[in-house]
Design a protein around this ligand. Structure first.
Ligand code: AQP
Length: 321
């Protein structure tokens, strides 16, 4: 069983990416699981090429530093040729109506001028990501499940029309991890591309900055901390972050700290302590570009080799090679 997960380098990786996904990948992932940095997906809206390249490298370094085996990691654009070819095959298997029905496209494109065509077609590229690697499971949240459905439909249709090549993937619910909210606006989730970074703890933030952001986190006017995610999202978010870093339950953590000040100090200590080894190892890797490059090349060669026979079969069956 091959399980494929991705992370988009749309900004600096942040605490939510780590506690909610990357750390689980490192600790709970199976040996056939694959992880990729989805840099091509970060080009569907306005982007800066130099910044994207830097975020891609940083994200790669974070994944390796987190302990995910390097042989399970690759960068999407290193397979641009293979994915480009397979995307075309799949676009010739997909109807315009199917792509235009994607809710995310409607949400992101709605009413905007100059929407990139790639915003419409990127679910087909995502299908190519999945089908090239022969992934059988794709852990995704609600917002991406329609895209995995499209990948399923395209795999089935291709197999029935031209011949059996593709594993039909299934969307699986990701293991329930911490859902980290923005510290300055707890009505939103923490996001790398948030417009205001005051409420976002980036994984490479200096410890002092992390502490400052946590001290300034929005809570509420109640006398004491308590865990009530619906009614008191700010303080509950802090308790969940503390729980994710220390292993205590949010309710027990609330009982332990009688003031917001004490709670915030504990959260700051826990986050700084959790991120320290990750940050150090990531900086080490970023300071050794030739090693990072070596790891990256090895990962992409393996990923390309894994998919080559499927790509060649698909091209041959559809009449191209
Ligand atoms: N706040 C979060 N709490 C828990 N998990 C999170 N993830 C993201 N934010 C949080 C998880 O991180 C993995 C990789 O994320 P992604 O790059 O695929 O996309 P995303 O969910 O859109 O992440 P961001 O940081 O919010 O990016 P932008 O700002 O570009 O939208 C996923 O498993 C995701 O669930």
């Amino acid at each position: 069983m091959v399980r494929l997960s991705g992370i988009t380098p749309s900004g600096h990786p942040q605490l939510g990416n780590y506690l909610g996904a990357v750390r689980r990948w490192a600790v709970e992932g199976g040996e056939d699981d694959l992880y990729f940095i989805a840099d091509l997906h970060a080009m569907t809206t306005t982007h800066n090429p130099g910044r994207l390249r830097a975020r891609t490298n940083e994200t790669l370094a974070v994944l390796i530093a987190s302990g995910i085996p390097p042989e399970q990691v690759f960068v999407q654009s290193d397979l641009a040729r293979e994915l480009g070819a397979l995307t075309w095959v799949l676009e010739c298997t997909c109807s315009y109506g199917e792509a235009a029905r994607m809710i995310q496209f409607k949400e992101k494109a709605g009413g905007q001028a100059g929407v990139r065509l790639s915003l419409l077609t990127y679910p087909v590229l995502m299908a190519a990501d999945i089908l090239l690697q022969g992934a059988s499971e794709v852990p995704v949240g609600e917002d991406q499940s329609q895209h995995v459905e499209l990948a399923r439909a395209l795999a089935r249709r291709f197999n029935q029309t031209y011949g059996e090549v593709f594993t039909v993937p299934a969307a699986v619910l990701p293991p329930t991890g911490a859902r980290v909210r923005d510290l300055a606006d707890p009505s939103r989730k923490m996001s790398k591309s948030a417009r205001d970074s005051a409420g976002v703890v980036f994984l490479l933030d200096e410890p002092d900055l992390v502490r400052r952001k946590i001290r300034r986190a929005v809570t509420d006017g109640q006398a004491k901390p308590a865990y009530a995610p619906e009614d008191r999202p700010g303080v509950s978010n802090l308790l969940e972050i503390l729980a994710a870093c220390t292993g205590v339950s949010p309710v027990d953590a609330a009982a332990e700290y009688g003031t917001y000040g004490a709670l915030k100090e504990a959260v700051a200590d826990a986050v700084v302590g959790t991120l320290r080894p990750l940050r150090e190892r990531t900086m080490e890797l970023l300071g050794d570009p030739s090693e990072l490059d070596r790891v990256r090349k090895a990962g992409s060669v393996r990923a390309a080799e894994r998919g080559e026979h499927r790509l060649q079969s698909a091209l041959r069956l559809i009449g191209a090679a």
